[in-house]
Design a protein around this ligand. Structure first.
Ligand SMILES: [Zn+2]
Length: 111
């Protein structure tokens, strides 16, 4: 079953299952502090294997990943779109990234 929605100017025109998968992945990226804000128009996303840049271009968010090229939407863009919906997004991100940094530093033996 196809469902058609709009999220800002990013059109969602994919099967529900694919969208749900992306939403879960996007939530994971945010929770794990894997989304770093470079500017209002650019975000750095640290995926499991690859790093991606999500940027605002021609009224929508675009991503450098392969999935975006194929589907015109990906979990990275979804994560950034979700952020634009969160009220204190900057604080949320800073907190998540800080937790992640602390965890990574601990893995090097720092406290
Ligand atoms: Zn992407």
């Amino acid at each position: 079953m196809e469902q058609k929605n709009n999220v800002g100017s990013n059109r969602i025109d994919l099967p529900e299952e694919a969208i749900n998968k992306m939403i879960n992945k996007a939530a994971w990226l945010l929770e794990e502090g894997r989304v770093v804000k470079i500017s209002r128009y650019m975000y750095y996303v640290i995926g499991k294997k690859n790093r991606h840049i999500v940027r605002y271009e021609n009224d929508k968010f675009v991503c450098t990943c392969k999935g975006y090229k194929e589907k015109k939407l990906c979990s990275h863009v979804m994560a950034v779109l979700a952020l634009t919906e969160i009220k204190d997004a900057d604080n949320f991100l800073a907190e998540r990234v800080s937790i992640r940094l602390q965890r990574e530093l601990r893995s090097f033996g720092f406290r």
